[in-house]
Ligand binder design. Sequence first.
Ligand SMILES: [Zn+2]
Ligand SMILES: [Zn+2]
Length: 815
Amino acid sequence: MARFCDVAVPVPLESTFTYSINGSEPVPGGRVIVPFRAQKHVGIVTKVHDDEPSVKTKPVQQVVDSAPLLSDHLLELGRWIASYYIAPIGEVYRSMLPLPAEVKKASVYTVADAGLDALHRSAEQGSSRRSKLNVEAQMTEYEVLDYLANSDEPVREATLRSATGANKQLFAGMVRKKWITRTDATSLRDASRVRRVALLKQEGVPTKQRPLNDNQQILMTGIIAAGGRCSVDELNKLAVPRSTLQTLVGRGLIEIIEEPLDFHVSHLAGKGTKDLQLTTEQSKALDHIHAAAASGKFSVTLLHGVTGSGKTAVYLEAMQQVLAAGGGALLLVPEIGLTPAAAAHLHVVFGDEVAILHSGLTDAERAEQWHRIHRGEAKIVVGTRSGVFAPVANLKLIIVDEEHDHSYKQEETPRYHGRDVAVMRGKLTSAAVVLGSATPSLESYHNAKNGKYHLIELKQRVADRPLPEVEIVDLRFEFQQSGKDQIFSRQLVEEVQHRVENGEQAIILMNRRGYSAVVVCRACGEAIQCRNCAITLTHHKGSPRLECHYCGYRERVPKVCPKCQSEHIYFLGAGSEQVEERLHQAFPTARIGRLDRDTVRGRHDFERVLNQLNAGEIDILVGTQMVAKGHDIHGVTLVGVVGADFALGFPDFRAAERTFQLLTQVAGRAGRGHIPGKVILQTFFPDHYAIQFAQKHDFHGFAAKELQFRKWMHYPPFASVANVLVRSDKLDQALRYAGEIGNWFKETRLEGVRVMGPAAAPLLRLKRDYRYHFVLKSPSREALNSTLRAMLRHADSLKFPRTQVIVDVDALSLM
Ligand SMILES: [Zn+2]
Ligand SMILES: [Zn+2]
């Protein structure tokens, strides 16, 4: 047996730590509880070995898993993430396992031999002649003994107390009598719930020499009546001492196993294959993906299909083919794509062989889904970002739908990008990876153009439907003409009116929630800011308040300026709440719905509004970018964009790309039925190329221009970018971190790495922290990462807390 193991402990440190083994042997990929500094942690074993380290080791406290939870591939994937994103390995593994098992300190008890003897004596003799009080205490003691005797594992004090009504004093007395043993242990609070089941053993037949007594007979009858298996909870309801069950186990008549509590998202009709009529383009794409998945080789395909070209049908068909061939498949979707209806549809297609991982699951449900996949019961997995770590066996195909979507990027440690991790996972497991989008990220598109990825294009919408016509309304001109600062242009009002009269539907995009974006005092010029952030507060009218959209801080709507007491305060810049109100005024008979983070609290709210739209119960739907995401509503013939170009004013090199994607996606909602669609795009930047190319549905044109710009500016995909953010709630400390790190960058000879900064972050203050940042660019990923590692070592040597120096490799946001 190996003497040592290396453990990835979930702490913000890069390395693994070596522990000695003095109990059962841990397995790589399994969990152990280990002491770390003053605490106990659940870590993942990365290696078992006999190499004695130079420093003294502490022993592993408890081996949790006797079989690996993370396969070799997933362990390897974790190492890659830790290295690529410069993230602590223990935190990487923790986020790969959705088993929120935290260490809990608890006293646990086991029954000792003397206790078992006492229990047996009591069963023979009955209670003796003592005072009534003593009899009660004695009964409780026997209950405790009985409970412990029935338990294969040490029992936590809290569990024991609630089961028997015993108190601390009683436990202490029993420990003194050496009836029970007490251990102060850390234990796992594992959300995956299991139930204990009694199984009748085939070979277990009571012999003539040892017939069953009455209690044993009752239990055996109960188990047989239940078909040879019955949960221990059920058996405990029978009026039989708990020790009886243990006796039956001891006699080899039954065995007790643990099985997970079944969890089903829904019990819908079993597997059903819908006959899909694929277009020629779709069939070609499917054939390619099928061949790639069947080859058993790693490949990446970019499936660039215009909105409404039927990418989902291709995915589902390809996954069915993989399943039919005995393989596993993983489909990643953006956060908002996994509505209950989408989940229900997946159950119809794949029956019980699909597991769905989304953010609406409780910890227990998530853990149960994870175990179903781990046991091989679910070979098809559909999940959001962290679904990329699902332990799918024999993985042949990984699909990332809407691969450009920013919800794939995790904005906390480990700051990985789900799409890029998917590609790496495909590489490690020799699977085919498919990235799908109507507006591919420039990174993926560039890889397709230079031959690293295959490129498949779906240029036609299904059923030969045309892409909608996009009309641009220049708001500067509109203002001159009408003399009023209106939210809706005259064209838009006319077009909406037309739809309402004809029973068609419209979607209005205002990518900003709330009623007014800014509250300003005309007397002193002060815009009311968040107390915790350098951000102006947004006015919400429905439940009146000012709110910070970054930290959630709220305050009352002021009647006078908080600074100069002037009454001349103005509410500027419309948000989706105001757009909804104005639509009601302009179209009093129309039924209007709104989708934004204020109206959507959970998945079901989102679903409800979409269902209403689908059923024709809503004429006009207004909302933030939520209205742009992949829905397929056939009655929508008009999309009005009244606020979507704010991002073009942000200091963000991805602003044009984001705007183009948003406009193309929202335009894609129009004309998906038999009536062609139209888009009215109101903007202050009619000449901007993001707007121009969106008008023409010209992804290639946009990409060519944007790639040129990125090349000149040495931005991705032509260079790797990392954001280094330092933060502190004390301004002088934030400045000191920034200054020291800046000096180090200056003094260190950096090969091929350009450092910009320190500069105040565009959001200088956020959630009480002052923030400064550096942007690093390099054509060489290796050079970039080794610079970042050296910088972190330097910061460590200066005792800068790791939580205040944040490295974001491939940062999507530099704010
Ligand atoms: Zn004022
Ligand atoms: Zn705030």
